[in-house]
Design a binder for this molecule. Sequence first.
Ligand code: TXA
Ligand code: MG
Length: 342
Amino acid sequence: MKDNQINLQDMKSAADMIRKGGLVAFPTETVYGLGGDATSPDASRKIYEAKGRPSDNPLIVHIADFSQLVQIVDKVPPEAELLAKKFWPGPLTMILNKNEMIPYETTGGLDTVAIRMPSHPVALAFLRESRCMIAAPSANTSGRPSPTSASHVWEDLQGRIDGIIDGGDVEIGIESTIVDLTDEIPTVLRPGFITMEMLEEVLGQVRLDPGIASENTKVPPKAPGMRYRHYAPKAELTLVEGEVIRVVDKINDLAEDAYQRGMKVGIIATEETKEEYALGEVVSIGSREDESEVAHHLYGVLRAFDELGVDVIYSESFPSAGVGQAVMNRLLKAAGHKRIIV
Ligand code: TXA
Ligand code: MG
């Protein structure tokens, strides 16, 4: 399926495919998802297989209506209603205790289930047309950066899935914020476009999973998917943190050094600094003034470096307030926590 104009017939056949137990990739406002019927153990098994993903890493169940959440959880806490009212449809995933409607194949063996109502009109239309709840992880091969366009999905999964609904480039570019409501204090397991501050405003109290604070590598993250090196480019990535001028100097030194050793160097720069680099493949990830723009370009830039065939990548860092927290979380994971502070 092609084009931003999704025609009704294509949508119907994609929805049929889901009902028959097939796998269809589709756009959401965050990243592309690889969808299958969330109530079918078989469809979930096929999703893991297509992605090469460990089967203990649970999937997110996508819904089009709040009444579907009520069908799959043991009870609906007031926090879930408040959050849904404020942020759904949108880039927020909630973890709740599941009931028997959702099989363990979908939740990676856990008694909890991740649920999200996406806001992308194509995703919502697809969910409604299929009359299913759709389990969907990001539609990349496990370990690769999440796909932000249909061509990224094609690169990773062609021949392994039944179809792709092409909705053009996604809007946000990083995965949804995950908030766990099964703990006493609502806990953010994965930062995203809906920030801690925004959640705090609705819930009063929110904490960040101690397992994902960047300085904490001893406690494992609660979300299984946050435990692995992920979002990984093929080249070794190192983050350089500190005052911008010093970061640029340090990256220039590192680049020179790597170049002398015969390596092809990639640099993740910004609009403000891209002219300051003397050598290497310099790619701007956006303006330092606009964290959302940086988030939007992040995975495309990591994939671009794979295509350029660089051996090492040095990246600037970003303030970790607001959406910057999600950006730094993804960059640190892509770097396997390799960072130099100047
Ligand atoms: O924006 C998104 O959330 C995208 C789009 C397609 O909706 N989906 C996505 O799915 O990023 P995935 O599978 O790539 O990431 C899901 C994350 C994983 O880290 C997984 O471990 C965690 O959610 N997760 C899912 N169910 C969970 C549960 N019951 N408890 C804890 N973590 C869970
Ligand atoms: Mg993923």
